[in-house]
Ligand binder design. Structure first.
Ligand code: GRF
Length: 199
């Protein structure tokens, strides 16, 4: 399975995928490219360290969002990808990209969708909302990307306990460690196995 990963920040979800591929835990998967909208993303350094082609396609380099969207698609096209993984990617995926890669784009979201998701719910904000609501259980979701935000078919979910005294940062870390970093590689393995079975 030829996989491209889109990132915007620290890249800890990308790192989880890299580690599982390198350890042989994740099989039938080749990481072909990592693309970030943010030139300073630590995720790009992580990719380079593991000799994965890594590049930035920034909206700031294009006069319009349409031109950025097309540039991103043109870049992705070069790698003949079977799957695009959004790992902390903070740019809305345009309709043209969803159409070009139907059921071939997945996203990790740090809550149990349909809670705390949709516009405005990203990064720490998700955990701030969960704590403000007083939920006792949160978690993470991997889902297919459709034209909406966090609305596509759910692939995997994992629950994480909220603990007394949790701050958004502490909760985010626990959700990453106990859920995100396990779910995203597991979802990629499911898709790789489905592709193998279909061949
Ligand atoms: C984190 O908030 C994570 O929950 C979400 O994207 C953000 C950055 O993740 N999926 P990463 O460290 O860049 O993978």
């Amino acid at each position: 399975l030829r996989v491209g990963v889109l990132v915007s920040g620290g890249g800890t979800n990308l790192q989880a995928i890299i580690d599982q591929v390198e350890s042989g835990q994740l099989t039938g998967v080749s990481l072909e490219v990592v693309i970030s909208n943010n030139p300073g993303a630590k995720a790009l350094e992580r990719a380079k360290k593991h000799h994965i082609p890594a590049l930035c396609v920034s909206p700031k380099s294009y006069a319009t969002r349409d031109e950025f969207n097309q540039a991103l698609l043109d870049e992705l096209e070069k790698y003949q990808l079977d799957l695009i993984v959004l790992a902390g990617f903070l740019v809305v995926i345009p309709e043209i990209m969803v159409k070009r890669y139907p059921n071939q784009i997945i996203n990790i979201h740090p809550s149990l969708i349909p809670s705390f998701c949709g516009n405005g719910y990203y990064g720490l904000k998700v955990h701030e909302a969960a704590l403000a609501r007083g939920v006792k259980v949160t978690g993470a979701t991997v889902h297919y990307v459709d034209a909406g935000t966090d609305t596509g078919p759910i692939i995997l979910q994992k629950a994480v306990e909220v603990k007394e005294g949790d701050t958004p940062e502490i909760l985010q870390r626990r959700v990453m460690e106990e859920a995100e970093w396990k779910l995203l590689p597991a979802a990629i393995q499911l898709i790789a196995d489905q592709k193998k079975a279909a061949e």
